[in-house]
Design a protein around this ligand. Sequence first.
Ligand code: ZN
Length: 142
Amino acid sequence: MLNESQRSQLEKVLLGERDRLVQAAKDGLKFSMERERSIGRDSIDESMEEELFSTELRLRDREKFLLHKINSAIERLENKTIDECEDCGETISFRRLMARPVTTLCIDCKEEKEKEELTKSQTIGRGGGGGEESMGDHMDDE
Ligand SMILES: [Zn+2]
């Protein structure tokens, strides 16, 4: 069980990350609106336009996904269950929570899962990981 000071440190990290994400989402929106205005409809071919648009949507989905993770972590913090592993019920260490506040797994379960995912991605032949956007990756528990 976390003590009060640990809880407030975690809360600070989570709220800070949430602000950052909301800000990034706002900036992204502003950017796309400005682009709409500055790019002439006939100066860019449609497939490229479409591709830009879908990239942007993906980014926003990712932000939404992270935001959801952060919000549920804040909820778990309030319910004092943030340091319980959702797989085995063991305590997640404070150090691990500070590094990855949105995690729901203890380090043992996480490693177990990573092994599974590695096996899966090798079967598909993608070699796993890589190519992800760097933004917010440290909050991403993949
Ligand atoms: Zn566990």
